[in-house]
Design a binder for this molecule. Structure first.
Ligand SMILES: [Zn+2]
Length: 264
């Protein structure tokens, strides 16, 4: 029999599914253990003292013990909750997207240096009513791509290495970055990206905090930057992310005039 080992870790629950009669199976993301699948026993009972510390997207300090199939959460203390996420479906849907990105880009028990802190920072920004959640999530995408080895090249042509000028440049998912107008002509897989959208991407990549707070850009430009990044991410993962579909549903709901019904 392996000896029992207990440990404690900061954690954020990315997923939470009912398990057996009263338990929950959690996918946690942690700074030093990466992604963990653990069991929180009894947390679906109203009397559970643990349930408040293992809620989705709460930042907690958890105590765990090794189990046969899953490690078990034994105790917890909440460090930070992000209450605005529970009140604002649009912000919550961005948090689900951030959580799915972390889940998809990481392997179980393989920590990625800096990614836990980046996720906490992203959730704090989503929880800040003064900040635009779509810019906060773009900054997180760029940070995650950098930390996982997929930092998009936004300054030099990925084909000929020339310095990118403010012109009709392109972006190539296969090569992971911008492409100059000349190389764009001979690269059928690349697509055009506007000077403005490239400026937004560069600013979010290099000066995220300042850019999220002060960016002046049209909604078309911000949406173009979003299309480039989500397209690149889905290309890398080779899947359509479920949370992107959810984001689109919430976006359409928000665009509906007040009083109109989904059923027409
Ligand atoms: Zn080029």
């Amino acid at each position: 029999m392996p000896s029992t080992r207990t440990y404690k870790t900061h954690a954020i629950a990315l997923k939470s599914n009912p398990f057996a009669e009263r338990d929950r199976l959690l996918v946690l993301f942690t700074p030093n253990h990466g992604k963990l699948r653990v069991l929180a026993k009894g947390v679906r009972r109203t009397s559970s003292r643990l349930s408040g510390h293992v809620g989705l997207f709460s930042h907690s300090n958890l105590f765990l013990v090794n189990g046969r199939t899953f490690d078990l959460v034994t105790q917890g203390e909440t460090i930070e909750q992000f209450p605005l996420l529970r009140e604002d479906l649009w912000r919550l849907s961005q948090a689900f997207y951030a959580g799915e990105l972390v889940d998809r880009f990481t392997e179980d028990q393989h920590p990625v240096t800096g990614l836990f802190e980046a996720l906490v920072c992203c959730l704090s920004r989503l929880n800040d009513a003064s900040l635009d959640p779509t810019l906060a999530i773009r900054a997180f995408e760029l940070e995650l791509l950098g930390l996982t080895g997929y930092r998009p090249q936004l300054y030099r042509c990925i084909s000929c290495n020339c310095e990118i000028q403010p012109a009709s440049n392109g972006f190539s998912y296969t090569d992971g970055g911008v492409i100059c107008p000349e190389c764009l002509l001979t690269n059928p897989a690349a697509f055009s990206v506007s000077v403005e959208a490239l400026r937004v991407l560069r600013n979010l990549q290099t000066r995220p905090e300042e850019t999220i707070r002060k960016l002046r850009a049209s909604s078309d430009t911000v949406e173009e930057a979003e299309r480039v990044l989500i397209g690149y991410i889905q290309y890398l993962l080779d899947i359509r992310l479920r949370s992107v579909g959810f984001l689109d549903i919430v976006r359409n709901l928000r665009a509906m005039p007040e009083g109109s019904s989904l059923l027409g």
